[in-house]
Design a protein around this ligand. Structure first.
Ligand SMILES: [Fe+2]
Ligand SMILES: [Fe+2]
Length: 300
């Protein structure tokens, strides 16, 4: 089955309806349909009431589970079965990103129109990434799902799915933490695949990596704009909901260049590179911070 055919459209008549269908429906194919009508035109972003969802609808084979099996060491990536397992994990990250951008479109109907347009574009990129990875799994003879898939982003991003901290918390968590960290993970993998002579896998991950730069740029731009000139570091620190913390915004092989391309300043990049990992004693401060964010409700 091909996952990359552009010859489909969703049956919804607005961005809001399409976003709801992506979050609620259980069928994977439905979740990956771009937000266009049968003529290929963009869906209208009509005003709508806020809707909050605690978890996505999923087929039994793709249901969310608490913790997935640890992936085998990257040393074993020469084995196509192991490679398919890696692509399964990546494809699921992309699927969760698709659902979470749809979640944000439903949770934040009052977000600026231009930001919502940006989210629709990112959502469609995530759908494309997911389809690319699913194709790679097919090529490698693997399967997607079966015994469930780890719920990591869903557990962490909307901060217990309540939308605490509003739009800025979502930008900090999704764009500036997970997507920023993915700049490192994806760059590391591209290197790894190239060193193994697997140009096909490298080129697939490269597409994702390049798009990710633009996703980080969108989040950084809007977090600063909505923070009225506050420096990115302090806006990010203030809005990032616990249990996320800034050190989560980096991966093992720290990459400066894609961060610069995303428009992040050298001061901010240096800080992310060196910020200490979370410690036990930060727990109370984290709880206090979430209470502070919660007291602001859905404020921007
Ligand atoms: Fe992605
Ligand atoms: Fe992304």
């Amino acid at each position: 089955m091909s996952h990359s055919s552009p010859l489909f459209y969703c049956g919804s008549s607005s961005v809001h309806e399409a976003a709801r269908s992506i979050v609620v429906c259980r069928d994977l194919g439905e979740k990956l349909k771009p937000l266009v009508d049968e003529k290929g035109a963009r869906l209208e972003d009509k005003p709508a009431e806020r809707e909050l969802y605690w978890e996505p609808g999923r087929d039994p084979a793709h249901r969310l589970i608490d913790k997935g099996e640890r992936l085998p060491s990257a040393k074993n990536l020469t084995n196509p079965e192991v490679k398919a397992l890696y692509f399964e994990r990546f494809a699921h990250h992309e699927l969760m990103a698709v659902e979470l951008f749809a979640w944000a479109l439903l949770a934040f109907p009052d977000a600026p129109k231009a930001l919502r347009r940006g989210w629709v574009k990112v959502l469609e990129d995530e759908q494309r990434h997911c389809r690319l990875y699913l194709e790679r799994i097919d090529e490698l003879g693997g399967t997607f799902g079966g015994d469930g898939l780890p719920d990591y982003f869903w557990r962490k991003v909307p901060t217990s799915r309540t939308g605490v901290g509003g739009v800025k918390a979502f930008l900090a968590a999704m764009g500036l933490t997970f997507e920023q960290a993915n700049l490192d993970f994806s760059a590391g993998l591209i290197q790894k695949f190239k060193s193994m002579g697997d140009e096909r896998s490298a080129s697939v991950v490269q597409v994702v990596h390049d798009d990710e730069v633009t996703h980080v740029a969108l989040a950084s731009h809007w977090l600063q704009l909505l923070s009225e000139g506050e420096a990115l570091k302090s806006a990010y620190e203030e809005c990032l909901p616990f249990p996320l913390f800034p050190a989560k915004a980096r991966g093992r092989s720290f990459q400066v260049e894609p961060r610069r391309r995303a428009g992040l300043s050298d001061t901010y990049i240096d800080w992310i590179r060196n910020v200490p990992a979370w410690r036990e004693e930060d727990f109370d401060a984290g709880i206090r911070k979430n209470k502070r964010l919660a007291s602001k409700g859905f404020e921007r």
